[in-house]
Design a protein around this ligand. Structure first.
Ligand SMILES: [Fe+2]
Ligand SMILES: [Fe+2]
Length: 219
């Protein structure tokens, strides 16, 4: 399916997406975010902010649940503790930005994205944990890529905020991947490839509602 989309002119914030994203992250993801999603996001400014707040809160809670479940893994405990704090800080920053812009926080249904990945989790550890960590890496990498892709079209305040997020979500992606590889002495590349393909399918196929991790508009 090919969707031709015209995006608005870019603003000059000095950096394009390719300058912001590490090469390893480009290579990790199965596809770039389609232009159709960028255009959809620019038409849904309020939902973008509200769902972004939701995603930060969810990221903190995922990290917290790993803290409870895997108490025998010191590196995981320190990385996830730091990550949960950072995600909650991001959450506060988005909520503050919404308040300044008069965007009311309301409940939104979750997109199909996280569940579309988690339904492929294997049942038992260590395989289950490896899958959870690979999915964590993918969600962080995609979020990082989407922030970077949006920056050229945003006002200065939001662009500046997203630039700081590109840095931290990029680090979170690396931490999740490191923790996933640390769970086993054998290669997990094949398993990563399975999830990368599933994630790319969720990014490039039609989706019903606009959310931060939606696919492309259905019509
Ligand atoms: Fe975050
Ligand atoms: Fe993150």
């Amino acid at each position: 399916m090919s969707l031709s989309v015209t995006l608005p002119a870019v603003r000059d914030h000095g950096l394009g997406a390719d300058d912001l994203l590490p090469q390893s992250l480009h290579e990790f993801l199965g596809c770039p975010t389609p232009d159709a999603w960028i255009a959809w996001a620019l038409d849904n400014h309020e939902i973008l902010l509200i769902d972004h707040a939701q995603c930060e809160k969810k990221a903190a809670s995922t990290a917290m649940s790993l803290l409870y479940r895997y108490v025998d893994q010191p590196l995981l405990l320190s990385k996830m503790s730091q990550l949960a704090r950072e995600e909650l800080l991001h959450f506060e920053q988005v909520v503050n930005l919404m308040e300044r812009r008069g965007v009311a926080y309301r409940h939104l249904t979750a997109s199909r994205y996280a569940e579309g990945l988690r339904r492929h989790l294997r049942a038992n550890d260590p395989e289950r944990l490896i899958d959870v960590l690979i999915i964590g890496a993918l969600i962080e990498a995609r979020s990082c890529e989407r922030f970077a892709r949006l920056i050229p079209y945003l006002d200065e305040e939001l662009a500046r905020f997203y630039r700081t997020l590109v840095k931290s979500e990029g680090r979170h992606y690396e931490d999740y991947l490191l923790l996933a590889r640390q769970q086993t002495s054998v290669s997990i590349d094949e398993r990563i490839a399975v999830f990368v393909a599933k994630e790319a399918a969720l990014m490039t196929t039609p989706d019903t509602d606009f959310r931060f991790h939606s696919g492309i508009p259905a019509s």
